[in-house]
Design a protein around this ligand. Structure first.
Ligand SMILES: [Zn+2]
Length: 268
């Protein structure tokens, strides 16, 4: 059995760091609200911040910007806020306090939600060192069959060369009754395989990936961000060289604005 339960640093130095961080965040959001009094105001479900969100530059050439993306309280973006809401919905009545979750390629801002929710919270990654299990390749993981009750993986599956091997592995490490939460950006109707690495990616994911998930899991439920209140700002509002871009698959497209997040909740 794997060990290495994560621990929380609660000594004086740790508390000082947390306080300094909080003060910095409060000052930053105050400045932003003063500078941009007419920007729309939103609510962050993760940290409780209320106010404008910051635009995020995705790419410089061409200039791709996601408008109203980043929370000034906790730095969470659309996908983190969406995942937070889905986790609440899926694991709220699930006796998670008796269960074990594996968080692959863990996002720092999601740890405070997951760690207290589950009995065992493990993190794994191929390259990150600050995880419980590093050098874990999602195409061939080192864990025994049926080790975890839940697996969480977000925005990873464009990278490994063998997509179906990843899905098989996620299914394999889950116990009977287990749940995988899988989040990706859906940019096509059909997945485009590059056949080699292009900008550290093997593919762009299409909506047909949800069908592939259905071949490995007994039930796949699609959570779309339109399910949740607009004040959480979960729409990826894409602006490319100054023009709004809405060229995405029908299922996730927000016409003339961008795209919604789609999170697949897969049951063994
Ligand atoms: Zn926040």
């Amino acid at each position: 059995m794997h060990g290495n339960e994560s621990t929380i640093k609660e000594d004086g130095e740790g508390m000082r760091q947390i306080l300094t961080e909080r003060i910095k965040k409060a000052v930053r959001s105050r400045i932003y609200r003063t500078l941009y009094p007419h920007r729309p105001q939103f609510d962050c479900p993760i940290c409780g911040y209320h106010g404008p969100f910051k635009d995020k530059v995705v790419k410089k050439t061409p200039l791709v910007v996601r408008v109203d993306s980043k929370c000034l309280g906790c730095a969470a973006t659309e996908r983190h806020r969406m995942m937070h809401l889905v986790i609440n919905d899926v694991f709220g009545d699930w006796e998670a306090s008796q269960k074990a979750i594996l968080h692959i390629a863990p996002e720092e801002c999601m740890k405070p939600q997951l760690q207290p929710l589950f009995k065992t919270y493990h993190t794994a990654d191929l390259l990150q060192k600050n995880v419980d299990f590093n050098e874990e390749d999602v195409q061939a993981m080192s864990f025994d069959d049926a080790t975890y009750d839940a697996v969480l993986i977000s925005r990873v599956l464009t990278i490994p060369p063998d997509l179906e091997a990843c899905v098989r592995e996620i299914r394999r490490v889950l116990k009977p009754g287990g749940i995988a939460i899988i989040a990706e950006i859906y940019t096509h109707e059909k997945t485009v395989e590059f056949g080699k690495m292009v900008n550290d990616r093997s593919r762009e994911i299409g909506v047909d990936f949800v069908t592939l998930l259905g071949q490995h899991f007994s039930q796949v439920e699609r959570f779309l961000s339109e399910k949740y209140n607009d004040n959480f700002q979960l729409t990826n509002r894409m602006v490319i060289d100054g023009e709004p871009s809405g060229d995405y698959p029908e299922l996730v497209q927000v016409s003339g604005i961008g795209f919604m997040d789609l999170v697949a909740v897969c049951r063994v």
